[in-house]
Ligand binder design. Structure first.
Ligand code: URA
Length: 207
């Protein structure tokens, strides 16, 4: 299932990020802000526990989110741009990283790095990557996480292509996808059109 977060603030900020004259600092800051807004949807069914506290007037038991039960998985490197905002919201969350590169001959994603928190099967896992383009890396990352025992997974991105959504839903129909928009399609190099360019380059200023 795909949820498009159509909130006006998200759509406005996404336009700012698409604009090619938006510089790296503003792009990064806007991505952080958008991640808060998308996170609102992604996290809305998280289970709350209770915490006994004292207000200045009384003792009581109040809703409490156990951050350590949540795990963000960043698909390197652009995933880190979304990750930062998510950690602002849930600083106690655990974090894992998955690094993949594309083999030039097979065109398939190959893992070069994976570091996950322990007991991944007991956590709510939110995989973050701004761009769901061909879907190859996100499909592979979620497959690796399932093999590692993850059972409760969501995928969060900023922008998706119809091809990526279709590939992801075919491979992982049990994993909900959250995005701000689904664009027209992919170009021959696998970039999303109209898109916003290379998210990693725009976050880190590497062009
Ligand atoms: N990755 C990006 O950073 N941009 C795209 O358009 C597609 C994949």
């Amino acid at each position: 299932m795909v949820t498009i977060v159509s909130h006006p603030l998200v759509q406005h900020k996404l336009t700012l990020m698409r604009e090619k004259s938006t510089d790296n600092a503003l792009f990064r800051e806007t991505l952080r802000e958008v991640s808060f807004l998308i996170a609102y949807e992604v996290t809305k069914d998280l289970q709350l526990g209770a915490r006994d506290i004292e207000t200045p007037l009384e003792k009581g038991s109040f809703p409490w989110l156990e951050g350590r039960r949540i795990c963000f998985i960043s698909i390197l490197r652009a995933g880190n741009g979304l990750l930062e905002g998510m950690l602002d919201l849930i600083p106690d969350a655990r974090v894992g990283h998955i690094g993949l590169y594309r083999d030039h001959e097979t065109l398939q994603p190959v893992r070069y790095y994976m570091k996950l928190p322990e007991a991944i099967g007991e956590r709510e896992v939110i995989v973050v990557d701004p761009m769901l383009a061909t879907g190859n890396s996100s499909v592979a990352a979620v497959t690796m996480l399932k093999e590692a025992g993850a059972a409760r997974l969501k995928f969060m991105c900023l922008l998706a292509a119809p091809e990526g959504v279709a590939a992801f839903e075919t491979a992982h129909p049990d994993v909900p996808v959250f995005t701000a928009a689904i664009d027209r399609g992919l170009n021959e190099k696998g970039y999303i059109l109209p898109g916003l360019g290379d998210a990693g380059d725009r976050i880190y200023g590497t062009v």
